[in-house]
Every structure is written in structure tokens, then in C-alpha cells.
Design a binder for this molecule. Structure first.
Ligand code: BTN
Length: 257
């Protein structure tokens, strides 16, 4: 059981998580926050659940998480100052908030994998799914969904990147309340930085990305591309160098060649 009082004591934000909803079971926290406009209409609302019956990952994959063991939540972003051209930077901002929180609380070394996976010892500990609703060219609502493996110890199924959890890495049970508060505190601060100093976010992301400069494969559905992971651009897209030419990649899974 998640102890909301314990979480609340550690939460130091002004907006993110101030409206906090806890649900035993939902279809997908992203779907609810994105589509239930009447229920969820406050910027920074966080919906945390113990179980999703239709959890979604990137590239239309399902996302499974064991009941009551992990952190499965979504954050609603309504403030238009974050809906600028460089919206992709929010992907990096949340991944960084998760990575830095893990580093600060547990002194574990994290790595970031493009576009927004958080890894420990080459294994995936968290994934992020950003979704939005637009009217014409204008974004109206944006949801940032996070699945973080905390106390789950076994993982079934086939994975692109082998999963791990904090419990597996640290061999001890982790208090989810303190960790969630730390992530939201850090995210609110980094969100401001993403507007005032986006370069800081990009550089912090770069410094945790092991594959920069490496020969990689990018796959999206059945298409694959090979080349050198040259850099990320100002919007967070991947720049791939192949046969001397640079190409900007918007989607896909990166793996080492
Ligand atoms: C990925 O790595 O593919 C992204 C996984 C994102 C999962 C989270 S769990 C909370 C939120 N609700 C969803 O349905 N998906 C995201």
C-alpha cells in the first residue's frame, strides 16, 4: 500500500503532484489523464496506480508492471509555456529527473538511452511515454507517463533491453513514497531549467548517454538503419551519421551494432 502522507511530507513542489490521485487499478494512467478532461484539469496533476490493465509502452508495445511493487504514474502538463517547438526536451527532462533521483538517493550510476529509457548496469529500470492532444497545430494537453521498476524482482516475457529494478540492484526493499517525491521535486526544478537553459538538460543527458559516438543500429518496426550516433540536436532528435551523411532520426529503438 502506498502511504500518501509519507509521500506528501517529502513533496516540496509548487505544482507538480499537488493534485495527487491514487488508484488501485486503472486501464492506463496515460489514457485517463489524457482523455478524462473533466476529472483531470489541473496542471501538474499526478495519477499513480498500483495496477494497469492496459499499460502502454513506446511504439505501441504493452507495459506490464507487478501490482503494488513499482511506481506507475502519469503527470498532466497544461501550462502552454512547455508546449513549444522543443517539446521533445521534456522526454529528456523526465528521464533526467528519474536518473538524478536514483543517483542522489541510492548512489547508483545511471545511464540514459535515447530517447528516454533509464538504465542501470545496461538494464532498463524505467521507461517514459509522452502523449498529447492537439487542436490543429496547438497542443492542448500533454501527459508524461513513467513506469519505474522499484521492488519487482522477476520479469516475464521478451524484452528489447533486459529489465532490472532498484530492489534487484540494491538487494533491499525501497520506500516508494520518498522516491516518488524526490522524482517530482527534481522534475519541477528541471522543467523550469528546460525553458530557461535547455542546453543544461541536453548536456546532462549527453553526459549519461554511453552510446554517443558509437556505431549503432536503429530499428522502427521492420526498418533498420546503421551508423554512428553522432549527437542529439537542439530538439532532442538523434543525429545518425552514415556514409558521411547526417540524418535526423525521430523515432526508433537504438542498439549497439
Ligand atoms: C517504454 O519504455 O516503452 C515506456 C513505458 C511507459 C509506461 C508508463 S506506466 C505509466 C504510464 N501509463 C501507461 O500506459 N504507460 C506509461
Amino acid at each position: 500500500m502506498f502511504d500518501i502522507e509519507k509521500f506528501d511530507i517529502k513533496l516540496g513542489t509548487e505544482q507538480i503532484g499537488r493534485n495527487f490521485i491514487y488508484a488501485e487499478e486503472v486501464t492506463s494512467t496515460n489514457d485517463l489523464i489524457l482523455n478524462e478532461r473533466k476529472l483531470y484539469n489541473q496542471h501538474g496533476t499526478v495519477l499513480l496506480t498500483e495496477n494497469q490493465t492496459a499499460g502502454k509502452g513506446r511504439l505501441n508495445r504493452p507495459w506490464y508492471s507487478a501490482t503494488e511493487l513499482n511506481l506507475t504514474f502519469s503527470i498532466l502538463i497544461l501550462d502552454a509555456k512547455y508546449f513549444r517547438k522543443k517539446i521533445n526536451i521534456l522526454n529528456f527532462t523526465i528521464a533526467l529527473a528519474v536518473a538524478m533521483s536514483i543517483e542522489n538517493l541510492f548512489q547508483l550510476k545511471t545511464e540514459l538511452k535515447w530517447p528516454n529509457d533509464v538504465l542501470i548496469s545496461n538494464k532498463k529500470i524505467a521507461g517514459v511515454l509522452l502523449e498529447s492532444v492537439s487542436s490543429g497545430n496547438r497542443i492542448e494537453r500533454l501527459v508524461i507517463g513513467i513506469g519505474l521498476n522499484v521492488n519487482q524482482t522477476t520479469f516475464q516475457g521478451k524484452f528489447n533491453v533486459e529489465p532490472t529494478s532498484l530492489r534487484r540492484e540494491l538487494r533491499q526493499n525501497i520506500e516508494r513514497e520518498k522516491l516518488l517525491a524526490e522524482i517530482l521535486n527534481s522534475f519541477e526544478e528541471l522543467m523550469e531549467t528546460s525553458v530557461s537553459k535547455p542546453k543544461f538538460i541536453l548536456d546532462e543527458w549527453r553526459s549519461r548517454c554511453r552510446l554517443l559516438g558509437e556505431r549503432i543500429t536503429i530499428s522502427e518496426n521492420d526498418k533498420t538503419k546503421h551508423g554512428i550516433f553522432e549527437d542529439i540536436d537542439d530538439e532532442g532528435f538523434l543525429i545518425l551519421k552514415s556514409n558521411g551523411a547526417l540524418e535526423t532520426i525521430h523515432f526508433g529503438d537504438v542498439s549497439i551494432l
